[in-house]
Ligand binder design. Structure first.
Ligand code: ATP
Ligand code: MG
Length: 419
């Protein structure tokens, strides 16, 4: 088996943008599997058909395609001649592990068990003779309308053959498994079951944004959610070395290795923030410090965003979670930038955020203890209702422009790529 049938939701597509959207999706799918040897990728109505140069390692293909945003679901499929006899024989063979070597199960298939029909070391639908499934249906799409049979006719012919061999019944509404058949101009494909994709929009469809990533639990989840909405992220991390150790930087690198699986290339700007914090601390009294730090972070992130042609800033803020995230403080912090601020977690509960962090594989990395730069020189009881006038008065005591320049100039850049 060397092909994958990839489905996306038409709903997400405005008519005029469809070609652009599918081009991006195609490009991203190719990026996700480029080291596996791409032979061909074709656009079919609401679907893409990806063919690799050699047999698919199912676990790897499932993991890779399952991380591409814009993919609603997909099926691993096998190519056959465009001929009803050949199609029928190949389908019956594949369903019956007693009659053939498990070509459908090349390699290990842990993780490739979409509905429970695929089981055991082979990953094959457990044999028709084993009687382990009761119902099925055939779902045919004809990409080539000149084929001698219509889709319902193909469904009937193949359905009758599977039924005869298995004694399972046809259930169009709620089958235990589905055999997908695609008839194309030069060949045909079949496969079993749909593996869910991550949905969303292809990365790049919504443009570039700068994500402020801290090494905590929230900002990686916020980043993931914006990638899922089609944003390509550029990452900015502020650290307080040499006043604090480098664990937060190490964590951010590990987080980026995970997140980059979804956008294939990431750029990280590491900004030394300790000296800026020291200057702020020297100039103003305690309660406002966290708000002042945040406003400096936004200004520096904005300067980077403008240089990188990014259109918005992303943070992991969640309303009321900590003192800096009251509505009053968020409002004052936000006024340091004129770029739109995207806060995908603003209405989420901490437990919901943690659950998602676990699902996307960032939680364990985020949970490693570190020294966050916002903890440096801050009071036990920070202001929860900062006033813009007070904040601006405080900022008059130091050279904001010069600090932004320093931050941008001293930024270290790192690149990440996947695979
Ligand atoms: P997180 O879990 O993302 O650190 P948090 O609950 O700790 O969030 P805060 O520390 O108030 O919340 O940070 C709010 C947001 O500000 C973060 O989600 C992140 O987007 C940004 N931020 C905070 N610290 C940093 C940092 N050191 N570098 C980059 N961005 C940061
Ligand atoms: Mg934090």
């Amino acid at each position: 088996m060397d092909s994958v049938l990839i489905r996306y939701h038409e709903i997400a597509l405005k008519k005029g943008n469809r070609a652009y959207f599918t081009e991006l999706l195609k490009r991203n799918v190719i990026s996700a599997v480029k080291d596996l040897g791409v032979k061909d990728i074709r656009s079919l109505p609401a679907r893409l058909l990806l063919t690799l140069k050699s047999d698919i390692d199912q676990a790897t293909a499932t993991e890779r395609i399952g991380a591409v945003f814009g993919v609603a679901n997909f099926s691993l499929v096998e190519r056959t001649p465009r001929d009803m006899d050949a199609l029928r024989e190949r389908i019956l063979d594949s369903l019956d592990p007693s009659t053939r070597a498990p070509a459908l199960a090349a390699g290990s298939c842990s993780g490739f068990r979409p509905t429970g029909v695929l089981e055991g070391a082979t990953g094959l639908p457990v044999g028709l003779h084993g009687g382990r499934f009761e119902s099925f249906r055939i779902d045919t799409q004809r990409g080539d309308k000149t084929f001698s049979l219509t889709s319902p006719e193909i469904n009937r012919v193949l359905g009758a053959a599977v039924k005869e061999r298995s004694h399972a019944r046809v259930d169009l509404e709620n089958p235990e498994f589905t055999v997908f058949v695609e008839i194309l101009p030069h060949d045909a494909f079949f496969g079993f079951n749909k593996i869910p994709g991550p949905g969303g929009l292809p990365v790049g469809a919504s443009g570039r944004v700068v994500s402020l990533i801290s090494g905590g639990i929230d900002s990686p989840v916020a980043s993931y959610r914006m990638m899922q909405r089609g944003c390509r992220l550029i990452f900015v991390h502020f650290h307080s070395a040499p006043y604090q150790d480098k664990t937060s930087q190490e964590k951010v690198r590990e987080l980026l290795k995970r997140l980059t699986r979804h956008q294939f290339n990431s750029r990280l700007f590491l900004i030394p923030f300790g000296e800026i914090q020291r200057q702020i601390v020297a100039a103003v009294s305690r309660p406002l410090r966290v708000v002042l730090y945040r406003r400096m972070m936004l200004r520096i992130a904005e300067a980077i965003a403008r240089r990188e042609k990014a259109k918005a800033l992303v943070t992991g803020e969640s309303l009321g979670q900590v003192a800096s995230q009251t509505l009053e403080n968020m409002a004052v912090i936000q006024q340091a930038t004129t770029l739109p601020m995207l806060r995908p977690l603003v209405g989420m509960d901490k437990q919901e955020i943690i659950d998602q962090a676990r699902r996307i594989g960032t939680f364990d990395i985020s949970s490693i203890p570190d020294q966050d730069c916002c903890q440096l020189f801050v009071p036990k009881h920070p202001a929860t209702k900062a006033e813009l006038a007070d904040v601006e008065q405080a900022e008059a005591h130091y050279d904001v422009k010069e600090m932004v320049r320093l931050g941008v100039e001293n930024a270290a850049e790192e690149e990440f790529s996947f695979p």
